[in-house]
Design a protein around this ligand. Structure first.
Ligand code: C2E
Ligand code: CA
Ligand code: CA
Length: 401
C-alpha cells in the first residue's frame, strides 16, 4: 500500500490490513470491492463485502487495539484513508458540541462493536471532560431556549432613546429578556450567543420582529404617544439572520399588518458583524434600504473601525459604543474624537447616538460635543411595554409644563 495519508490503491488479493495489525486509520472505498474476513485458513469467515462509499476500519479512530478482522481487495480497489491524527486535527478547532457528539457516538460504537469484556468507555482527559460539560450545558440551554419560545417565557423590553437637546423620546431599542422559570431574568448576553450557534436565533429574530411591530402599534394607539412625533423602534440583528431567507418577508408582513411606516423600524447591526459577513451584509442592508427600513451601526468604535464602510453601507445612525462615554469627562483627547465623529455624522447625514449614558453630566457633555441622540440609565432603563407607555405619558407632561 502507498500514500497512506490520503488515498491508496490495492491490487486484487492485497490487504488494506490484516487481523492483529496495529491500526490507526479508517478507510472509505472509492471504487472496487473489499472483503472483510475473520480468522485464517479453514477458520476463515467472510464478515462483509463492501463497495463504493462504504467505510471500514473505523474502530482504529477510537483506540489503539489491533485489527479484529482483515480487509482484502476482491478486485483493484481505490481507498480514501482517514488517519486518527487527521480526525483529531479536524476536531480540534471544531465546535465543542460536535466534539462531544463524536465522543458519545464513538463510545456507543465501542460498546456495541467491541468484543465482550472489552467494552466500556476509556477514561476521559480533563480537556475532554470540559468539552463534555460545556457541550452539555449548551445543549441544555438551547433546549430550554426552544421550550421557552414555545411557552412564551421571553419578553421584549423597551429602552427609550432621547434627543439630547431636550431629553424628549424619539424611539426605543427593543431588548430581549428571558424570564426562565425558577431562575429569574437571564441576560441576553448569556443566551443570545448560544442561540446564535443554531437556527434558534432565526426563530428568536422572527419573534422579536413580530413583537416589536406589535408593541410599536400599541404605543401608537395610546393618545399620549400619538401626540408625539412618530417614534421608531430598533431591533438587534445577529449574523445568521443575514442568511435567513424569510427575514424580509416576516419584517414586511409584520410592518403591513400593523400599518407602520418602514422608516420607523430600525435594524441594529454591529460593526464586527458587518466586517465578518461583508458580502451577505451588504446585500441585506441594501435590500433593507430599498424597502425603506432604517439602519443603525451598533457598538461603533468598539472593534476595528473602518471609516471606509461608512460610505459603503447605507447607515442612518451611528451608535457610539459605551466605551466612548466611560471616563469621557476626564479625557479631553476622547472628547475631541467624539466631537469629530459627531461632525462626521452630520456631514454624512447620519444621526449620532451615544449609548450607556449614566449621569446628567455625561449627557450635558455629549450634547455639547454635538451628539444628537442618547440612550442610557440616566434617562431610563429597558422596561416592559406598559412602563414604556407610562414613561411616555410622564415625558409628555414634563414637556407640557
Ligand atoms: P446592545 O445592543 O449593545 O444593547 C445595549 C445594552 O446596554 C443593553 O444590555 C442595555 O440594557 C445596556 N444598557 C443600556 N443603558 C445602559 C447604561 O446606561 N449603562 C450600562 N452599563 N448598560 C446600559 P442588554 O439588554 O443586557 O443586552 C445585551 C446585548 O444583548 C445587546 O447589546 C445585544 O447585543 C444583545 N441583544 C439584546 N436583545 C437582543 C435581540 O433581541 N436580538 C439579538 N440578536 N441580540 C440582542
Ligand atoms: Ca443594540
Ligand atoms: Ca450597543
Amino acid at each position: 500500500m502507498s500514500g497512506r495519508d490520503f488515498g491508496s490503491t490495492l491490487d486484487t488479493g492485497e490487504p488494506a490490513f490484516l487481523e492483529g495489525d496495529p491500526g490507526d486509520s479508517a478507510y472509505v472505498v472509492e471504487s472496487g470491492r473489499i472483503e472483510i474476513v475473520k480468522g485464517i485458513g479453514d477458520a476463515r469467515v467472510r464478515v462483509a463485502v463492501l463497495g463504493a462509499g462504504e467505510i471500514f476500519g473505523e474502530m482504529a479512530l477510537l483506540d489503539n487495539r489491533p485489527r479484529t478482522a482483515s480487509a482484502i481487495a476482491l478486485e483493484p480497489t481505490r481507498l480514501t484513508v482517514v488517519t486518527r491524527e487527521y480526525l483529531q486535527e479536524r476536531l480540534k478547532d471544531s465546535d465543542p458540541l460536535l466534539r462531544h457528539l463524536v465522543h458519545v457516538l464513538s463510545a456507543r460504537l465501542r460498546t456495541v462493536l467491541a468484543p465482550a469484556g472489552a467494552a466500556g468507555a476509556t477514561p476521559r482527559s480533563a480537556a475532554d471532560e470540559q468539552d463534555r460539560q460545556s457541550a452539555l450545558q449548551r445543549l441544555q440551554l438551547s433546549q430550554a431556549i426552544e421550550q421557552g419560545l414555545d411557552r412564551g417565557e421571553f419578553q421584549l423590553f423597551l429602552q427609550p432613546i432621547v434627543q439630547l437637546t431636550d431629553s424628549q423620546p424619539v424611539g426605543f431599542e427593543a431588548l430581549i429578556r428571558w424570564q426562565r422559570p425558577g431562575q429569574g431574568f437571564v441576560s441576553p448576553v448569556e443566551f443570545i450567543p448560544v442561540a446564535e450557534q443554531s437556527e434558534l436565533i432565526v426563530d428568536i429574530g422572527h419573534w422579536v420582529i413580530r413583537t416589536a411591530c406589535a408593541q410599536l402599534a400599541q404605543l401608537d394607539r395610546d393618545p399620549v404617544a400619538a401626540s408625539l412625533p412618530p417614534l421608531f423602534i430598533s431591533v438587534n440583528l445577529s449574523a445568521r439572520q443575514f442568511s435567513d431567507p424569510r427575514f424580509f418577508e416576516v419584517l414586511e408582513s409584520e410592518r403591513q399588518r400593523h400599518h407602520l411606516q418602514a422608516k420607523r423600524l430600525k435594524l441594529e447591526v454591529t460593526e464586527s458583524l458587518l466586517i465578518e459577513n461583508l458580502g451577505a451584509a451588504e446585500a441585506m442592508l441594501r435590500r433593507c434600504k430599498e424597502l425603506g427600513f432604517t439602519l443603525a451601526l451598533d457598538d461603533f468604535g468598539a472593534g476595528y473601525s473602518s471609516l471606509a464602510y461608512l460610505s459603503r453601507f447605507p447607515v442612518d445612525t451611528l451608535k457610539l459604543d459605551r466605551c466612548f462615554v466611560q471616563g469621557l469627562a476626564g479625557n479631553p483627547a476622547m472628547q475631541k474624537v467624539v466631537r469629530a465623529i459627531a461632525a462626521l455624522g452630520q456631514t454624512l447625514h447620519m444621526q449620532v447616538l451615544a449609548e450607556g449614558i449614566e449621569t446628567p453630566d455625561d449627557a450635558a457633555l455629549l450634547r455639547e460635543l454635538g451628539v444628537n441622540h442618547a440612550q442610557g440609565w440616566n434617562f431610563a432603563k429597558a422596561m416592559p411595554l406598559a412602563d414604556a407607555l407610562a414613561y411616555l405619558r410622564k415625558m409628555t407632561t414634563v414637556r407640557a409644563e
